[in-house]
Write a protein that binds this ligand. Structure first.
Ligand code: ZN
Length: 283
């Protein structure tokens, strides 16, 4: 759109000049082309390798704050569930990676390009693989819809973002300006996303989980469990601060889901598999 406007402007300027006085030789075509290119670049979305590279930087920042849980079977299990879910999405080929953070806080995050983290504190609140699938599918939806990327873009001029991302690809992330962008991206995690993005991730998450064969009510079940935690408990402070109220999320999901997911009675009981994978005997 802006490119078209820029071209229209150039044409208009040309038509305003008297034909005889119009000296084509005086136009710096290189400069004009550069100007148009700049406008085009500002409008262009950052591409997939740039998205992945930015997400990698953010993911390593998040891992700096909380390391991965040293429990390979649990990590492998969460990856297996997560990757199965991603196969049901429109971006199955992203380099999806799932990690359990060694953190007692109750939370889950994702970063551009396919990084999804869940804390062991949140896993401890779950009672079934369907609940895990619901939470992972919510995070996967943030990646699919590029919610974090959009939040980062809001804070930085798109042109700058594209430049930095390009440089980062060339310099393998070694550019200090890229680190700045990554920390700007990481700040989004302290602020939280738009409420509408969270609601969208809830809606999409339920659909992805259902497509993967899970009980779609896994996500609402987790949200209900979280409602029973005292909101003043420090382990839920960040999650509550960065997400819409649980009651709002649950009532929206209820509206969306009612009548859409029939016959949940035939669902297999995935609780035993979940507890076995977690290495704990059933509660
Ligand atoms: Zn979310």
């Amino acid at each position: 759109m802006k490119t078209n406007q820029a071209i229209a402007m150039l044409c208009l300027l040309g038509s305003m000049l008297p034909a005889a006085a119009f000296d084509f030789g005086s136009i710096d075509w290189k400069k004009a082309a550069e100007a148009v290119q700049k406008v085009q670049k500002a409008n262009a979305d950052i591409n997939e390798p740039q998205e992945i590279s930015l997400g990698e930087g953010i993911a390593s920042n998040l891992l700096g704050a909380a390391p991965l849980l040293d429990n390979p079977p649990v990590q492998e299990y969460v990856n297996r569930v997560g990757r199965w879910l991603t196969l049901q999405t429109e971006r199955p080929d992203l380099p999806w990676q799932f990690g359990v953070l060694d953190d007692n806080d109750v939370n889950a995050f994702s970063a551009p390009g396919g990084y999804v983290f869940i804390t062991k504190g949140l896993l401890a609140q779950m009672n079934s693989e369907a609940e895990l699938a619901g939470v992972l599918a919510h995070e996967i939806s943030h990646v699919l819809r590029k919610h974090h990327l959009q939040a980062i873009k809001k804070g930085a001029r798109t042109e700058l973002l594209a430049d930095l991302a390009n440089d980062a690809i060339r310099s393998n992330g070694g550019d200090p300006r890229f680190s700045k962008l990554v920390s700007a991206g990481t700040e989004v995690y302290a602020r939280g996303l738009d409420k509408q993005d969270e609601f969208e991730a809830d809606r999409m998450g339920v659909v992805i989980a259902a497509r993967a064969g899970y009980d779609p009510y896994g996500l609402p079940a987790v949200l209900q469990t979280l409602q029973s935690i005292n909101p003043s408990d420090s382990s839920v402070a960040l999650m509550f601060k960065t997400h819409p109220a649980l009651a709002d999320r649950l009532s929206l999901l209820d509206q969306e889901m009612t009548g859409h997911f029939a016959n949940q009675e035939n669902q297999p009981d995935l609780a035993p598999r979940f507890f076995k994978a977690m290495g704990i005997s059933r509660k």
